[in-house]
Design a protein around this ligand. Structure first.
Ligand code: DGY
Length: 320
């Protein structure tokens, strides 16, 4: 690259991503991974040609108005982009990109971990062993739910949902899904389409959320939807916390209307609803969906591929 464009990276990146960014760009990188307050990163963006941000940086229309004129492109290190007012960014003449597909498999792995962790009472089992309270095997200890022969409802059958489906078939689960539109038959791979989330809920012994957070999906897992689920169902969320109505889920877990939940994402994270911490039938992870070395590298390379294309005057591979 003949000219080194100026890039602000708001969060610490994996080493391989940092090395490539520093070799190809005049890159300023948040060294200690402290989340920079808005005013601070906006000031750091002065004079930069592009930003590489994460979901910690909210790009509202007001922020777009205050972005330095030098910033012509924003690459978010995430597949989700609910933190960005995409229309406002585009209206300002800037390009915005995300990181689809590269994290499908890693997130699907975590969805299965959450599903199994919840169904097989992993938190209670771990606690028993770690606290020295385990008195030995007995026939009725921590009985969970079988996956084989049960129905898995997948809410959102994009790349991640389909990767979950592939894994779940191996566990003998029957796959059902709801999506904005029905998939072509070759992508359904035998999964049953439901026109509505309500219809999907009614057959979901396990319900796994893998749709984006949008106005339509926010709060979708509410009292009404849970009431439609079979008794003793398990809820899994690896998408976004705000798709779930926490009051409804916590009430259902407390009353055992839901057997268990496996949650990797939370509304307002890391400040999750504290009541989750006290529930034995919830398996909790700290937003680990895409957290493998290869996947986090691939996400960074996806951002950099977009930046390279943009500055070479080419179409960005994953522009929003
Ligand atoms: C994503 O890529 O959207 C992950 O959830 C990280 O925010």
């Amino acid at each position: 690259m003949s000219e080194r464009h100026r890039l602000l990276i708001t969060r610490r990146m994996p080493d391989a991503v940092t090395r490539r960014a520093q070799s190809d760009y005049d890159a300023v990188i948040n060294p200690d991974d402290r989340i920079m307050p808005e005013a601070e990163w906006l000031a750091a963006a002065e004079g930069k040609d592009a930003l590489m941000i994460a979901s910690s940086e909210k790009i509202t229309s007001d922020v777009v108005d205050r972005l330095p004129g030098s910033v012509r492109m924003i690459a978010t290190y995430s597949v989700g982009y609910e933190h960005i007012d995409v229309a406002a960014v585009k209206a300002s003449g800037r390009i915005v990109t995300n990181t689809p597909d590269v994290l499908n498999e890693a997130v699907a792995d975590i969805a299965m971990l959450c599903l199994l962790g919840a169904a097989r009472r992993s938190y209670e089992g771990q606690t028993l062993v770690r606290n020295g309270a385990w008195v030995g095997w007995h026939a009725t200890m921590l009985l969970g739910k079988d996956l084989t022969g049960a129905r898995l409802g997948i809410l959102g059958m994009g790349g991640i949902g389909r990767a979950v489906a592939r894994r779940a078939r191996g566990f003998g689960l029957e796959i059902h899904y709801h999506n904005r539109s029905r998939l072509p038959e070759d992508q359904e791979e035998g999964a049953t389409f439901h026109e509505s989330a309500e219809s999907l809920a009614s057959v979901s012994d396990f319900l796994s959320i893998s749709c984006p957070s949008t106005e339509e999906t926010r709060g979708m897992i509410n009292d009404d939807l849970i009431a439609r689920m079979p008794p003793d169902a398990v809820l899994v969320n690896t998408a976004r916390g705000d798709i779930v109505d926490d009051d409804a889920v916590i009430a259902a877990l407390t009353s055992s209307r839901l057997f268990a939940a496996g949650l990797d994402v939370f509304r307002g994270e890391p400040a999750l609803d504290a009541r989750y911490r006290d529930l034995p039938n919830v398996f909790l992870l700290p937003h680990l969906g895409s957290a493998t070395v290869n996947t986090r590298n691939a996400m960074g390379f996806c951002c950099l591929d977009n930046l390279d294309a943009f500055f070479a005057g080419k179409p960005c591979p994953t522009a929003l």
